[in-house]
Design a protein around this ligand. Structure first.
Ligand SMILES: Cn1cnc(CNC(=O)c2cc(-c3ccc(F)cc3)cc(O)c2O)c1
Ligand SMILES: [Mg+2]
Length: 218
């Protein structure tokens, strides 16, 4: 029967990565997606930029919008201190199901490392509930990698719900391809944001892409 791309990615992890070794999970997905089939993981080039931002911010609270197969979830979680709280939201239940297994294979459950809390559902439904449901006041770091049309509305929603503070960092994937022009326009023209972009390439290709870094200033 038909095996979906996400299932083939999971099989590649279970076949080629060592249980409990997050770096081998990342390597297995990157090898599969560069040698076999393209998939929309943030990839290793942008992934190294993501790693450097996570290490620099050293966040106690992280929100990821768009889990997909859990590639960036594993990258981020493997860099966080044990006390950190990490929420990752995925709307698509099929992606969430694969991501749970990829995250489990990386051993981020049983290790001292924090267990990313994967929440299924629409970010617009969940963002207003995060404070009460997870006991989180504000996020130190938000990684936006979900539907590009929702970057702006969800950023405004996070502001309205008081989830962002002076010093919060937003890191957005794909501001060029597929693109989030309204989001870029909003944050560039808003005095509340100091922005910077890291030049890179679309995952597994030579196409130009940027990771868009934003520090919130009050
Ligand atoms: C269905 N769905 C569930 N989650 C999402 C959100 N992610 C994206 O849309 C996304 C898309 C691309 C991409 C796709 C086709 C193409 F030709 C070039 C780029 C790359 C990414 O890094 C992405 O994050 C979409
Ligand atoms: Mg992306």
């Amino acid at each position: 029967s038909f095996v979906s791309l996400r299932q083939r990615i999971l099989s590649a992890v279970q076949k080629n990565a060592t249980r409990g070794d997050p770096r081998s999970v990342i390597r297995a997905i990157d090898q599969f997606c560069s040698q076999k089939e393209w998939a929309m993981n943030v990839g290793n080039e942008k992934g190294c930029i993501l790693d450097s931002v996570v290490s620099e911010v050293n966040p106690a609270t992280v929100l990821e919008l768009g889990t997909y197969c859990g590639y960036s979830t594993v990258r981020i979680a493997s860099l966080l201190p044990p006390y950190a709280k990490f929420i990752t939201l995925e709307f698509n239940p099929d992606f969430a199901a694969v991501a749970r297994q990829v995250i489990a294979w990386a051993g981020l459950e049983d290790k001292v490392k924090i267990k990313p809390c994967l929440v299924e559902g629409a970010s617009s439904d969940w963002i207003p509930k995060i404070k009460e449901q997870f006991g989180i006041k504000t996020f130190d770091l938000v990684f936006l990698d979900h539907w590009k049309e929702h970057y702006l509305s969800d950023t405004k929603l996070m502001e309205e719900c008081g989830l962002l503070r002076k010093g919060s960092v937003l890191l957005a994937d794909n501001v060029i391809c597929p693109g989030a022009p309204d989001y870029v326009e909003y944050v560039r023209s808003s005095p509340r944001y100091k922005s910077h972009y890291f030049r890179s390439h679309l995952e597994y290709t030579k196409a130009e892409e940027n990771l868009w870094y934003l520090g919130i200033i009050e």
